[in-house]
Design a protein around this ligand. Structure first.
Ligand code: ADP
Ligand code: F6P
Length: 458
């Protein structure tokens, strides 16, 4: 944990809690960002500014989990144009290699600017001059510059959880200069990977004419630091759950329910078109068609959390996956023994850990991903150094987890061959897993927090 005494105010699209309208209560939300930041804020007596997740409802500030929560209100129209529209119809696909066509609409851009302003105004009202303002992610890229003109603070930081795209893609966005200027309001801009930092520095030099190196930019008389800080997980939580006798019982029961297969392959993701879920299913199909001996002996479990279901690309993706699972099971499954077990839901953490423990092979194939915490969580549960991790070269995690079976998810034959190799190697204790565990443990969420907050303390 950072030794900072300064109060840290996180400004993020979502609060780390969600409002349950049935029981009228706040409950802690799962997810990478939330699990990473909650312990830091508790320790610095900080506060969190964000949206409640419920449109058209005002909530006063309150305390939950030892953290002061400061809600920002979004109307239904804001939700549609800002969240579904500009954030997830424009920025999300553009920043993920444009694997789906980003849409550029002025009627989404204007609300994006207005809502960034709303977040900045609410944050400014809670900030003191000695505080660190730490803005999170692509939904709030204009907030750093807006805060600079609205509030006096010690430092403004910005952390991008998703990739920053190459300038050739970024340059398509009609509001590219405004977005870069918004980000450059920060003192320190941090990225998940070296490639994202490189892409950003390149864009700022090329599109705004800023000067400087890959780590320090000079812009309008100020110096902006560019940092690489790959996010990690709280490994001890996963390790503890993994070793518990209850988890072991669940693992055995789960494997027995599936007919005690020789090998279990697992995928865990938000149902997002960037995750390559369809690519991995096609590779599995290709492998089992080529190796009929695997039929009945290998099962694949895919757990997909519903996400952004009001965005057309996500609706389509769900239909595609439903169809693919049906087709593959129809062709290659047996009565009572489907090849793919597909769950479309969020599962509690102890169950998730049991699935990680049950999995001989973890299949992580994003077409582009800022980091991918699922890969790290799997590794953290393999205390006995068994198991194999297949990891896309296009996930930020691949810059750190070099000892994984690294794949190009677009290469179907390569993916199937790597799956075959991982299945064959998964049972033994491996030097690969030992090295992966060292990396995940030494670069955990506390290391990440120290690195980011350390740069903001200076
Ligand atoms: P992203 O931030 O794009 O969703 P990450 O892999 O970085 O992807 O983080 C996903 C987080 O969500 C992980 O902490 C993971 O444990 C959690 N998660 C993913 N799928 C599920 C699921 N089906 N049920 C519960 N939690 C899930
Ligand atoms: O990884 C990017 C991210 O926006 C995270 O910050 C968040 O936890 C996750 O995707 C889910 O996104 P949303 O808030 O749109 O449901």
């Amino acid at each position: 944990m950072s030794e900072a005494n300064r109060r840290v105010v996180v400004i993020a699209n979502r609060l780390p809690v969600a409002f349950d309208e049935t029981n009228e209560e706040w409950i802690a939300s799962p997810g990478g960002l939330v699990s990473a930041l909650t312990p830091i804020l508790r320790d610095t007596r900080g506060s969190w500014v964000g949206w409640s997740g419920i449109s058209d409802r005002d909530f006063p500030a309150f305390t939950h989990g030892g953290i002061k929560q400061v809600p920002v209100t979004l109307s239904q129209a804001d939700y549609e144009s800002f969240y579904l529209g500009f954030c997830n119809g424009t920025l999300w696909p553009l920043y993920h290699d444009a694997v789906r066509e980003p849409q550029f609409h002025r009627h989404w851009w204007h609300p994006y600017r207005a809502i960034n302003e709303r977040f900045a105004v609410v944050a400014a009202s809670t900030l003191s001059p000695s505080d660190i303002a730490w803005v999170q992610d692509y939904q709030l890229q204009l907030v750093p510059q807006m805060l600079r003109s609205l509030a006096r603070v010690h430092r403004i930081g910005f952390y991008l959880h998703i990739p920053f795209p190459p300038v050739e893609l970024f340059a398509k966005m009609p509001w590219r200069s405004q977005v870069l200027e918004g980000l450059l309001g920060a003192d320190v801009l941090a990225f998940q990977s070296r490639s994202s930092r490189r892409n950003f520095a390149h864009s700022v030099r090329e599109l705004l004419g800023a000067s400087g190196s890959g780590t320090k930019l000079h812009w309008q008389g100020r110096e902006v630091t560019l940092q690489v800080a790959p996010i990690g997980i709280d490994t001890s939580v996963f390790d503890r759950l993994a070793r518990s006798p209850e988890t072991q019982e669940t693992v055995e029961a789960t494997r027995a329910r599936m007919g005690a297969p020789d090998v279990v392959v697992l995928g865990v993701d938000r149902l997002d078109y960037t995750k390559g879920i369809d690519f991995r299913m096609r590779a599995l199909q290709a492998l089992v068609e080529r190796r009929p001996d695997l039929r009945g002996n290998v099962v694949f479990i895919q757990i997909a959390v519903p996400s952004r279901e009001d965005v057309d690309h996500y609706k389509k993706m769900r239909e595609d996956i439903d169809g693919l699972v049906g087709r593959i099971n129809g062709d290659l499954g047996e009565v009572g023994r489907p090849l793919i077990h597909y769950l479309y839901r969020s599962v509690p953490m102890h169950e998730l850990v049991a699935y990680y423990r049950a999995a001989d092979v973890m299949f992580v194939t994003p077409l582009r991903d800022g980091m991918n915490l699922v890969a790290k969580e799997y590794v953290a549960t393999r205390y006995d150094e068994t198991g194999a991790l297949i990891l896309s070269e296009f996930a930020g995690a691949a810059e750190q987890l070099r000892q994984a079976h690294i794949v190009n998810p677009y290469d179907l034959d390569g993916l199937a061959a790597t799956l075959e190799q991982a299945i064959d190697s998964s049972k033994g204790v491996g030097t690969r897993m030992r090295a992966l565990r060292r990396s995940v443990k030494s670069h955990d969420v506390f290391w990440w927090a120290d690195r980011c907050l350390g740069a903001l303390e200076l």
